[in-house]
Design a protein around this ligand. Structure first.
Ligand code: NAD
Ligand code: UPG
Length: 525
């Protein structure tokens, strides 16, 4: 594995080449005050750089779409073209029914689309015209070959890079927006330099994206930081300054941080690993709470009041999901193993293993509370998205839970306010397995609303924390009337006032809290 990922020692060579304070910049152009380097955090640097007038974003997904729509909205004099090979997705971006659901996204797109924001399948034209190109394509976990199950599949990044090399006729700033392993920029450079005409200069930047789904627009409007990694060469710094100008359209300069490329690439994986680690830590503690009588919400609250810990990302759950956390940690595990750091790899791997354990543990609790069998029982699954305020189901814990329930021969009725029915069938079937959808449909149905999902059910399992499922919004008395008795609710997201719902008659089981007195009785042992 060691040959696949360059050794850390070689990073030092690239880090060593720092700009000296009085160094004369060589390219004429605008100047950018306030660019920060970590090594000299308070130093303002004036760097001549090109003013960007045309941007192309390759990849119109959850990141490329919202990010470049906001860039266009905030920089009305810059033409932004978002391109994708997926014609259906581009058509949706050009319609009133955008391909992704994000609060606030419609308004941003409506302001800029047709003015300076364009969505197109013409990748070549987008590349030709742009001064700066974001590569915002998917980087899923490899499913085959060396590193399968851990390493990132960089095939999409490579093909986008090759396309840039093939089409470009003028100098380009190429920006890694996708989350990539450390030193991917170097591979991109090799591909560009080997395939493009020698008179074209490419500057490669790392500009990882930190938006979270469901809050993408507010995360983009008010980012904690914008990170720009560049080579510490004159042209690298100049390219970073050009990109910084774009963000300075709305982000305060002191929140635009520049650093070396490899630190920037690694910071993205590191941030996700640390966030996921907090969730796995609190979920591990939730198991102790259930066994002791402690309450995980109270433990989180007490810990979060410590200003060194802080309150965010300490909400116990049925497990974290989403397209990023697991993928990026596995990527970090692979990187660590490749660098001959097995202890480091094991440490991060445990974060993912704890997440799997949490989903299995919650399922076991459902089975045990439902008298040790789910055979023929109806389970209403509230929420299929991996978190609230998104229709995205990638790595959603609900998928794992539904599959476990199916193995136990339960009937499952799913309701989610934003997930498309076709997406549910895709998530519950293996690609290419003939007739599998029919088999799934014999056990799983999609409900039009939560009342329909719970009608005749033995239990409700809350998998996503949609506000729609709160006891202040839903009529749980009406739901209770329609269910089999005893009627159970398994709150995997700590969103219900358990006492209030218990008064209706429900048997409530909450993650991170001990079992209810009902299921603690001897009959359940
Ligand atoms: N989803 C998030 O919240 C999030 C946040 C931060 C970072 N990221 C990272 O951003 C990257 C993109 O994630 P996403 O969720 O937007 O993925 P996505 O799958 O939603 O979108 C990627 C898009 O790229 C297109 N594409 C792939 N190869 C292409 C090519 N050669 N030419 C043109 N289009 C091409 C695909 O058709 C797809 O529409 C990933 O590396 C991810 O880890 C994601
Ligand atoms: O206290 C918490 C916080 C989150 N979650 C779960 O963790 C998962 C991920 O949530 P979140 O991080 O809010 O959403 P993502 O869209 O996956 O965003 C993460 O992944 C993105 C992709 O890399 C990064 O850009 C973001 O900074 C990072 O937060 C979801 O299933 C959440 O329900 C919990 O269980 N408990």
């Amino acid at each position: 594995m060691s040959s696949l990922v360059p050794r850390l020692e070689s990073l030092a060579v690239n880090v060593a080449n720092q700009l000296s304070p009085g160094e004369e910049p060589s390219r004429a152009g605008a100047t950018t005050p306030g660019l920060k380097r970590l090594s000299r955090p308070l130093e303002a640097i004036n760097i001549p750089h090109k003013k960007i007038t045309s941007i192309c974003c390759i990849g119109a997904g959850y990141v490329g779409g919202p990010t470049c729509a906001v860039i266009a909205q905030k920089n009305p004099h810059v033409k932004v073209t978002i391109v994708d090979l997926n014609a259906g997705r581009i058509a949706a971006w050009n319609s009133d029914n955008l391909p992704i659901y994000e609060p606030g996204l419609d308004e941003v797109v409506k302001t800029a689309r047709g003015r300076n924001l364009f969505f197109s399948t013409d990748v070549d034209a987008g590349i030709l015209e742009a001064d700066l190109i974001f590569v915002s394509v998917n980087t899923p976990t490899k499913i085959k070959g060396i590193g399968a199950g851990f390493a990132a599949d960089l095939g999409y990044v490579e093909s986008a890079t090759r396309k840039i090399a093939q089409v470009a006729k003028s100098n380009k700033i190429v920006v890694e927006k996708s989350t990539v392993p450390c030193r991917t920029a170097q591979s991109m450079r090799h591909i560009l330099e080997a395939n493009a005409p020698p008179n074209i200069q490419f500057d490669i930047l790392s500009n990882p994206e930190f938006l979270a789904e469901g809050t993408a627009i507010s995360d983009l409007f008010y980012p904690d930081r914008v990170l720009i990694g560049s080579l510490d060469t004159e042209s690298g710094r100049s390219a970073a300054a050009s990109l910084a100008d774009i963000y300075a359209g709305w982000v305060p300069r002191d929140q635009i941080i520049t650093m070396n490329l490899w630190s920037s690439e690694l910071s993205k994986l590191a941030a996700n690993a640390i966030l996921a680690q907090r969730i796995s830590s609190i979920n591990a503690l939730s198991a102790i709470c259930e066994a002791t009588g402690a309450d995980i919400d109270e433990v989180s609250y007490a810990c979060g009041l410590d200003s060194r810990i802080g309150p965010k990302f300490l909400k116990a759950s049925v497990g974290f999901g989403g397209s990023c956390f697991q993928k990026d940690i596995l990527n970090l595990v692979y990187l660590s193993e490749s660098l001959h750091l097995p202890e480091v790899a094991t440490y991060w791997k445990q974060v993912v293993e704890m997440n799997e354990y949490q989903k299995r543990r919650f399922t076991n609790r459902v089975i045990s509370c439902l008298f040790n069998t789910l055979t023929g029982k109806k389970i209403a699954v509230f929420g299929f998205a991996f978190k609230k305020d998104t229709g995205d189901t990638r790595e959603s814990p609900a998928i794992t839970l539904v599959n476990y329930f199916r193995e136990e021969k339960a009937y499952i009725s799913i309701y989610d306010p934003k997930v498309e029915e076709s997406q549910v069938w895709m998530d519950l079937t293996e690609p290419g397995v003939v007739d599998e959808t029919e088999a799934v449909k014999r056990q799983v149905s999609i409900a039009a609303n939560p009342y329909e999902a719970a009608s005749g059910a033995d239990a409700i399992v809350i998998c996503t924390e949609w506000n729609d499922f709160r006891d202040t919004v839903l009529d749980y008395e009406k739901i209770y009337e329609g269910m089999k008795k005893p009627a159970f609710i398994f709150d995997g997201r700590l969103i219900l006032d358990a006492k209030k719902v218990e008064k209706i008659g429900f048997k409530v089981e909450t993650i991170g809290r001990p079992r209810s007195t009902f299921t603690q009785s001897k009959d359940f042992e």
